[in-house]
Design a protein around this ligand. Sequence first.
Ligand SMILES: [Zn+2]
Length: 241
Amino acid sequence: MTTRRAFLRTLGLGLAGLAIGGPSLFAQAHGRRTHTVVRGDTLGGIAGRHGVTVTALKVANKLKNDRIAVGQVLVIPGTSSVLAHVINATAGLNIERGRWRYVVAHHSGIEAGNARAYGAAHRRRGMENGLAYDFVIGNGRDSGDGEIEIGPRWLKQIDGGHVRNAFYNAHGIGICLVGNFEKRRPGRRQMESFTALVDWLRDEAPLGIRPKFTVHRMVDKNHTVCPGRYFPYAEMKKRYG
Ligand SMILES: [Zn+2]
């Protein structure tokens, strides 16, 4: 995993913090939550209950593999909590395995707005299912900087309306970053949330498949500049292949 270091960064876990002591020392020093392993526990189950990723849990406890033992004390790592509500909401969904083959990045093209505003706009444009995207990541104006809002289509697991191509609407998870990236780069916190979300969707979410990364203009060729010239496409392609 080339993303381990980046993952730590996005989760707000300092490498220096991880270097000191064992889990219990670390927990005491930082007032962190711990979990004592009982029969039947799995890393995935513990991670899900605490709204953290399995990767973060393993890193925080220096686990080389998924084996845990009854009585073992695990530190529950702090997260920037940007993903906790997404993990929790997704845990309750009935997701068709293998369906979500792509993650499609978008920009909103304007600096104002949030999931609710875009949902209302899409409805006015005749989309009966409202917000065309699955997720919207705020820029600090009408939602938090880096806040991930979950759209109703994700919660209902229905087709998106974010591209013209029906196949990609049926098999692509639409993620919209608020802003006009023809004019500026996305914010640091927005991109941290974006990569945290895409890392999780690819590596840990219960999708039964690892979705490929793409952007709107690669799907609807010659139709849009979305997500804008300043979206770090090359960097993301390098990260996600
Ligand atoms: Zn788009």
